[in-house]
Design a binder for this molecule. Structure first.
Ligand SMILES: [Zn+2]
Length: 220
């Protein structure tokens, strides 16, 4: 039987990566380890390297159901099978498709953990979105500052508006399981911001929204 995602989670849930790229249990880490925990909350799914969240996360009654039915994460070998990596939970890590393709495949597990630490600290999903926002503007030949100004001018404050835009992105990007590559998202987002027809549609939809409930916090 293949090792399940939940078995992998169960092994790693109490572990952290130190600044010397060693694995320790969270409770054994000292301040000097400057350790990064691999997971935070048991029911929170994200890539263990870049921290990309799933686009959709289903509700499940059990924790094992939640992990085993997740469609974002892939089981990545730390030491490849061809390099005699064991088929055991400690030799697997849960990564999004992009990170899985990028992850080091060498004979040295420490290089893998050094890479995970680097992704967490310097090259995570949020950094990728920002970088790809810029890249999308370059590819599309538009002025990024002007796009951002227009986006800010929309003054989005409500979760429904956020959901509307996410929905538009999902409809216009291929989803690899529950993952949409940041560059695709950013290209569609910029196209949406700049498209007068889409903006008219959005404005009409927005004006038909029921008034926000009193006490709803302004998200801006
Ligand atoms: Zn990732």
């Amino acid at each position: 039987m293949a090792i399940s995602k939940f078995q992998i989670y169960d092994y790693w849930k109490d572990k952290a990566i130190t600044n010397k790229f060693e694995i320790k249990t969270k409770s054994a880490c000292t301040e000097g380890d400057d350790a990064i925990p691999i997971t935070e909350f048991p029911d929170e799914i994200f890539c263990w390297a870049c921290q990309a969240p799933p686009y959709k996360q289903g509700a499940h009654r059990t924790l094992s159901g939640l992990w085993n039915r997740d469609t974002l994460l892939q089981r990545a070998h730390i030491l490849a099978k061809s390099l005699n990596g064991a088929d055991r939970p400690e030799n697997y890590f849960l990564l999004c498709p992009q990170c899985h393709a990028e992850s080091p495949d060498t004979t040295d597990a420490k290089l893998f953990f050094a890479w995970v630490r680097y992704k967490r600290l310097h090259d995570n999903y949020f950094a990728a979105l920002q970088r790809d926002m810029k890249k999308a503007a370059e590819i599309m030949g538009v002025d990024q500052d002007a796009v951002m100004e227009r986006f800010a001018a929309l003054r989005l404050t409500r979760p429904e508006e956020d959901a509307y835009i996410r929905d538009h992105i999902v409809k216009n990007c291929a989803m690899h399981s529950s993952f949409i590559a940041p560059l695709s998202r950013m290209m569609i987002l910029q196209k949406w911001i700049l498209d007068p027809v889409e903006q008219k549609k959005f404005a009409a939809w927005r004006s038909a929204l029921p008034a926000a409930e009193p006490g709803v916090k302004d998200l801006a």
